[in-house]
Design a protein around this ligand. Structure first.
Ligand code: 13P
Length: 264
């Protein structure tokens, strides 16, 4: 059966780059990165930078927001709503571990944000993953079960088609600690089974599941080689346009080899 899920290479810039540094990066990326229509490139700059970047040539990449609030408008000082973001972005990260752990974002908030994103025509990338303590206590599947169930709670099986899930084990984020590909394979498989259990086979087949956590230009191939892995969400290594372009090229090679296999 043919896999229609397009590989996504996403760069989460977190709290990096001023407007001019971000524009500079994009011009350089534009020169470096090959136009690979079969790979979806998505960049997640800080919210201030989204507007100016949205004016640049975007044939090679799409924009995403790192966060967005679930109320469309109102007296919520400091917040930017999904409704406002919808003019600028295709995607929005929801429940990134830094939001969960540093800003105490609960599963309930994550659920409201995914729903608000979908309601406003933005595809949420719902981030899930266990801490080191949870992994060592053998609770990884339980945590993934809880976060996937909660994050998708307000959505219908039809709307799942507009969602992406990112498995990002907290212990592998920004730590240089690499998750082994078989650990990632197990988690991705478990997440897809959860989606199947909640929304059926079709939704599970269509939903894209990414891996994130210390992905770089040297190890990305080992994650993209996992059959159920539909791309990578990259933090630190995405800040270097040479590395980022090289990761897009690796994704393209993986895509080509998947095609060859499918065509026998
Ligand atoms: P690093 O690639 O820096 O580990 O960050 C991963 C991440 O949090 C992407 O969202």
């Amino acid at each position: 059966m043919r896999n229609h899920r397009k590989i996504m290479i996403a760069g989460n810039w977190k709290e990096h780059f001023t407007v001019s540094a971000a524009s500079n990066y994009l011009h350089r990326l534009e020169e470096n990165v090959q136009n690979r229509q079969s790979i979806e490139i998505v960049l997640f700059p800080n919210v201030l930078t989204l507007q100016p970047l949205s004016q640049l040539d975007r044939r090679k990449f799409r924009l995403g927001a790192q966060d967005g609030y679930y109320e469309d408008a109102g007296a919520y000082t400091g917040e930017v709503s999904m409704a406002m973001l919808s003019e600028l972005v295709h995607y929005c990260l929801v429940g990134h571990s830094e939001r969960r752990h540093i800003f105490n974002e609960s599963d309930d908030v994550v659920a409201k944000k995914s729903q608000a994103a979908v309601r406003n025509g933005i595809m949420p990338i719902i981030c899930v993953g266990e801490t080191l303590q949870e992994r060592l206590a053998g609770e990884t599947n339980q945590v993934l079960h809880n976060q996937v169930t909660a994050g998708l709670m307000n959505l219908t099986s039809r709307e799942i088609g507009a969602c992406v899930i990112a498995y990002e084990p907290v212990w592998a984020i920004g730590s240089g600690e690499f998750a082994k590909p078989d650990q990632v394979a197990q988690a991705l498989d478990y997440i897809r089974k959860q989606v199947e259990h909640l929304f059926g086979e079709r939704a599970a087949k269509n939903v894209r599941i990414l891996y994130g956590g210390s992905v770089n230009d040297h190890n990305i191939g080992s994650y993209l080689d996992i059959p159920g892995c539909d791309g990578a969400l990259i933090g630190g290594a995405s800040l270097n346009y040479h590395k980022f372009s090289s990761m897009v090229e690796t994704a393209y090679r993986v895509h080509q080899s998947r095609l060859e296999k499918e065509n026998g």
